[in-house]
Ligand binder design. Sequence first.
Ligand SMILES: [Zn+2]
Length: 111
Amino acid sequence: MGEPSVSMLEFPLKWTKCPACGSERALADMILKEEQAKGRMGKGLMGAVGEIVVPIADPRIAPTVVPVLVCIFDVCADCGTYYCRDANKVMGTPMPGQQTPARRPQPPFNP
Ligand SMILES: [Zn+2]
C-alpha cells in the first residue's frame, strides 16, 4: 500500500444536476440566463446564491500564495436543495479572516 492519492481531482469540478432530484434547473442560474437574454447581464457569468472561498493555508506559515478552493452554490428550482454547482481551485493570497466565511451560510453536508 502506497500513500493515499492526494490530488486526483481535476478542476474545475461541475455538477449540473441536483443531487436530490436530478433537475438541471437552478434558481440563480435560470435568473441569470433570463437577464442575459434581456441583455442586462454580460455573458460568461455564473449564477450563484452563495460562494465559499477556502484558502488551503497552513496557519503556521506566513501567508504567501496558496491554493484557494472556490465553491459556487445554487438552489434547485424544483426541490429547493442547496448544492454545489462548481468548484474550482485557484492560486491566491489568503486574506485575514477569509478562513471563516461567517457572513455566508454554510451549505448542508451532502455526502
Ligand atoms: Zn432538486
